[in-house]
Design a protein around this ligand. Structure first.
Ligand code: SF4
Ligand code: SF4
Length: 244
């Protein structure tokens, strides 16, 4: 799930200052599991808005905020109430805010939450539950037993321990209050030795866009073209949407 946390109160008040009447659509999936959306999020936000003398014309939990079709339906169903609002607050991760904006709701879409990464839901392993994905684009979880070193290591040392790491000291060299995550990774991983060569592979620029397997490398023009096309389809889709 995409984990979300409340923005600091000072930022929330800064965002709210220009509006008086609000509609709230709250995500019933990821934000709900983060306790920032769903009914919990609505109750917290309602209290804050009323304390600041704001009016609420609509407060609904929707199944999920990121699918555009669900958002479109929610906006359509609540069109009447939304007409009386200055702004729409969507309690969701960034994907829900984008989905609401892409439906062109005719009023400003406001974001009260910060998206902090994806994580496992209800995990019995605290290290894995804590380890958020920051979407770095070059994942190493295959070699690190599912633990994200970018999330857990203060030095953001992704392909192995930092230079100050010590085998004899279990504590982190930069933050002695926590254990060094690389000790835990070394203990759990079965294929950590492969990580060094992966660093070189990730550094190769040509691999960022298209995965040139030997088969594609030796293929003819059209096969290469379709491989390139497949890797750029999302960008092309975005360009095409602008002409619709
Ligand atoms: S290495 Fe960490 S931040 Fe990068 S994609 Fe994997 S889990 Fe996400
Ligand atoms: S001691 Fe371990 S956790 Fe701390 S910065 Fe170095 S590699 Fe990262």
């Amino acid at each position: 799930m995409n984990k979300t946390i409340w923005k600091p109160e000072s930022e929330i008040n800064y965002i709210l200052r220009d509006y008086n009447t609000f509609g709230i659509l709250s995500c019933g999936t990821c934000a709900n599991l983060s306790y920032t959306g769903g009914k919990t999020g609505v109750d917290v936000l309602k209290k804050h808005l009323l304390k600041n003398n704001k009016q609420i014309k609509l407060a609904k939990v929707i199944i999920a905020a990121c699918p555009e079709e669900i958002m479109r339906q929610a906006l359509k169903t609540n069109k009447k109430a939304l007409k009386k609002c200055d702004a729409l607050i969507v309690l969701s991760c960034a994907a829900g805010i984008k989905s609401a904006n892409s439906c062109r709701p005719g009023l400003p879409v406001i974001n009260m939450l910060d998206s902090v990464g994806s994580s496992a839901v209800s995990c019995s392993d605290p290290v894995l539950a804590r380890s958020l994905c920051r979407s770095c684009g070059h994942c190493v979880l295959t070699y690190t037993a599912g633990i994200c070193p970018l999330s857990e290591c203060p030095a953001k040392s992704k392909y192995g321990p930092c230079k100050s790491y010590s085998e004899s000291n279990l504590k982190c060299a930069l933050d002695p209050l926590k254990d060094c995550v690389w000790h835990i990774i070394q203990e759990r991983s079965k294929n950590l030795h492969l990580l060094t060569s992966l660093k070189d592979l990730h550094a190769r620029k040509e691999d960022r866009d298209v995965h040139w397997t030997p088969e594609i490398k030796n293929a003819g023009f059209w096969k290469k073209f379709f491989a390139w096309f497949a890797s750029h389809i999302q960008k092309l889709e975005w360009v095409m949407r602008q002409f619709r």
